[in-house]
Write a protein that binds this ligand. Structure first.
Ligand SMILES: Nc1ncnc2c1ncn2[C@@H]1O[C@H](COP(=O)(O)OP(=O)(O)OP(=O)(O)O)[C@@H](O)[C@H]1O
Ligand SMILES: O=P(O)(O)OC[C@H]1O[C@H](OP(=O)(O)OP(=O)(O)O)[C@H](O)[C@@H]1O
Length: 222
């Protein structure tokens, strides 16, 4: 019997936005998937040829890059940070809209000129993207890796700047920070393991087409 295709979905905010797309693509998870008290991580669907796993957003890319899942959904912030050559991202799902930005305390920004920096210390979940962004204009970025609550770092003297995701800007504002540069616009993508794209071409291509139609058929999530 052919193994089911495994689709990796991120827990958290993206999952809510991804579920209508999944449904529009003809995939209905088993009831346990929406049961918050369930500790299961792997789920069947209405289609015997499709299974779902629910993992952390950064881990979606890792599962797909290693071929443990054939497809997945994750933000291009995650794809940029890992830069996995094994991942192909054929469909922009038009969900998870935000941007990856550099921010600093409002009082520092008042007299600061980012063009004059030669060295910066940055707290971020995205050290690879941050270093590359600054390197491209000759600035050396010393990164302190955090997994959340980056906005605390400047006030507590961990770093003068942060690189983090911004959507409404509320988190920055409530922590006395302002956005000084945008590194990248972010949306979530359907991602595919390149080897699976070749070895299981008919199934994977059909799945890509279903998601492309589903994303195109929904109103803009922004
Ligand atoms: N404020 C936001 N608005 C819109 N999309 C966002 C926002 N924050 C994050 N995202 C998108 O959602 C993805 C997952 O972020 P989320 O905050 O749900 O995960 P997390 O809590 O940071 O990580 P973990 O999976 O480790 O718990 C990000 O990679 C990004 O693409
Ligand atoms: O501009 P805003 O609309 O305020 O959104 C930005 C916040 O959203 C994300 O965090 P999230 O809420 O996912 O929490 P996290 O720190 O646990 O990742 C991001 O890391 C920012 O902190």
């Amino acid at each position: 019997m052919v193994k089911p295709l495994v689709i990796a979905l991120p827990k958290g905010r993206i999952l809510k936005e991804a579920l209508p797309l999944l449904s529009a693509a003809g995939i209905e998870p088993e009831p346990a998937f929406s049961d918050e008290s369930s500790r299961a991580l792997r789920f069947s669907t209405n289609r015997p040829d499709v299974e779902l796993i629910r993992v952390r957003s950064f881990d979606v890319a890792t599962f797909v890059a290693h071929g443990a899942a054939q497809l997945g959904v994750c933000g291009n912030d995650v794809l940029m940070e890992f830069a996995y050559s094994e991942i192909y991202a054929p469909v922009d799902l038009n969900i998870g809209h935000c941007r990856l930005s550099v921010a600093e305390p409002a009082e520092l920004a008042a007299s600061d000129n980012p063009a004059s920096w030669s060295h910066v210390r940055v707290a971020t979940k995205y050290p690879y993207v941050t270093r590359r962004f600054f390197e491209a204009r000759g600035v050396q970025a010393e990164c302190v890796k955090l997994n959340g609550a980056m906005e605390l770092a400047p006030a507590l003297g961990l770093s003068s700047r942060i690189v983090d995701l911004v959507s409404s800007g509320r988190t920055l504002k409530e922590n006395g920070l302002v956005e000084v540069e945008v590194i990248a616009e972010v949306t979530s993508r359907l991602i595919v393991n390149r080897a699976a794209f070749k070895t299981r071409a008919p199934e994977v291509t059909a799945m890509i087409d279903s998601f492309r139609k589903a994303a195109g058929g929904l109103p803009d999530a922004a």
